[in-house]
Design a protein around this ligand. Structure first.
Ligand SMILES: Nc1ncnc2c1ncn2[C@@H]1O[C@H](COP(=O)(O)OP(=O)(O)OP(=O)(O)O)[C@@H](O)[C@H]1O
Length: 317
């Protein structure tokens, strides 16, 4: 059994303060269990990258099975904090990451099967003896060649509008405090749903090219969940190399309401208004300005040409 030395990167603000509370519990458990650890609190958005870069100066090293000690980076925060860390380690896929989910949506934890109960997640993390490869999506902006790793999904259209509405909603923080964080996305969805216009889209897979005149939702994912637990593609898996793309066309409000009901019962994939592409590589082009989101971070309103594939990173799970 490897001896772990934990390097906890903690966003105390994640989940509107849930991060701070859960860190206290983790600290208590680690002291009780005699596990050595060091804590690095993020002080501002983007601080994750600086912390990781400092730890790359000798502390964090690629995984080696025979080493008796593991200096393990453990992220305690929401999907946004983990997104920053994963991207800071983009060129170090064999440096394992441990994760203790403390956000409001926690879609990545749901998607890969990490417990959202802090004590269960910590107990499991301490029991693991070797890391597992997880497939993450890699999104490339074709015009600039910029790439970033994606934990959850990239969306253009309604889901990006919902993210923007939820991020700017005063209710999000209140709902988080009431442990009803997922509801902030539901209330944002209800207020955005009928405002979103249709837009044109071109999808290219390795086998075909398809054009849509009236797209409404366009989400790329490689695990089932978005928006705090909604299984947008129940067949997607972070344990395969496939990228899944779901497109829903703009339809009448009653048909949309029926599709949403089906979505909650995971029966939506058979809808004639929904199109699904699964491939190892996919390109989406949205020639007219639309709102976009990547892992809940707003990409602004612009045209998009994005190419997706997957790449693996080791996780301590
Ligand atoms: N000390 C800090 N102050 C402000 N923002 C921070 C701080 N530390 C990290 N951040 C940023 O806050 C953003 C949101 O964090 P995170 O996603 O972890 O929490 P959340 O939004 O509550 O959770 P979820 O994404 O599950 O809803 C991230 O972009 C992260 O970089």
């Amino acid at each position: 059994m490897k001896k772990l030395i934990l390097h906890l990167l903690v966003n105390q603000h994640a989940g509107s303060g849930k991060g701070a509370k859960q860190y206290k519990e983790v600290q208590k458990q680690l002291i009780a269990k005699n596990v050595p650890f060091k804590t690095y609190f993020t002080e501002y958005a983007g601080h994750e990258k600086e912390i990781v870069q400092e730890l790359l100066n000798g502390t964090l090293t690629p995984y080696k099975q025979d080493e008796p000690f593991e200096n393990l980076l453990v992220v305690l925060g929401g999907d946004g904090t983990l997104h920053e860390v994963v991207n800071a380690l983009k060129y170090e896929p064999t440096i394992p990451i441990g994760y203790l989910p403390s956000g409001s949506g926690n879609d990545f934890a749901r998607g890969v099967g990490i417990s959202r109960k802090i004590n269960a997640a910590l107990t499991h993390l301490l029991d693991v003896n070797e890391p597992k490869p997880i497939s993450l999506m890699e999104a490339m902006d074709v015009d600039s060649n910029d790439t970033r790793l994606i934990l959850n999904n990239v969306g253009v259209g309604i889901d990006a509008k919902i993210v923007a509405t939820a991020n700017h909603s005063k209710a999000k923080s209140l709902l988080n405090q009431m442990k009803l964080g997922s509801l902030s996305y539901v209330s944002a969805a209800l207020s955005s749903l009928f405002k979103q216009p249709s837009f044109p889209l071109i999808i290219e897979t390795t086998a075909e090219k398809k054009e849509f005149e009236r797209a409404f939702l366009c989400t790329t994912t490689n695990h089932p969940y978005f928006g705090g637990g909604v299984a947008i593609d129940p067949t997607a898996s972070a344990y395969t190399d496939d990228v899944h793309l779901i497109i829903v066309e703009k339809i009448f409000p009653l048909s949309l309401a029926w599709l949403i009901i089906k979505l909650f019962f995971k029966q939506h994939l058979t809808s004639p208004h929904l199109h699904r592409f699964v491939d190892s590589e996919l390109t989406l082009t949205c020639p007219l300005a639309q709102v976009g989101q990547a892992d809940g971070e707003e990409l602004g309103e612009r045209d998009f040409k994005l190419r997706f594939k997957t790449t693996q990173h080791l996780f301590w799970m």
